[in-house]
Design a protein around this ligand. Sequence first.
Ligand code: CA2
Length: 146
Amino acid sequence: MQTILILNGPNLNLLGRREPEIYGHETLADVEARCRAVCPAGVSIDLRQSNHEGVLIDWIHEARESATAIVINPGAFTHTSIAILDALNAFEGPVIEVHVSNVHRREAFRHHSYVSGRADGVIAGFGIEGYEAATRRICTLIGAGH
Ligand code: CA2
C-alpha cells in the first residue's frame, strides 16, 4: 500500500464553514472523500489538519517513513515558514502544493510561497478540486494505477 499524506495548515479546519465566497462550501471531510475517490487500488489517503507549525513539521518528518508523497496546503504558513520548507526538503518523495483560492489575485503578501521552490507542482484557485487534481498528479508521479 502506498500512502499519500494530505496536509492542511492553520484555519483550514474552517473550510466550508466560513468565507464561502473565497473558500467554497465544502469541508475537509469532503476533500478527503473526493481524494479517496480518485485513488486507484493500492493507494491510501491520510488527510490531516493542524493549526500548529511544529505539528505540521513533525508530520512531514513522520512521512519520511510512512508516506510515498505529500499534498500540502500550508495555509498562511505558505508565506512565512522556512521551517516547513526545510522539513519538506528532508522528504524525498513528490510534493504538490495546493491553494483553494487564487493567491495571485489576492493581497501581495500571499503572492510569495516558501514551499513552491520545493514543490513538484503548484495548484491555486481551483477550489477544493485542486486537491483532487493534486492527488491524480501524485498517482501519476508514483506510477500508481491508471
Ligand atoms: O487558498 C488557500 O488555500 C490558502 O492556503 C488559505 C489560507 C491563506 O492564508 C493562504 O494565503 C491561501 C487561509 C486558510 C483559511 O481557511 C479558511 C477557510 C474557511 C474559512 C476561513 C478560513
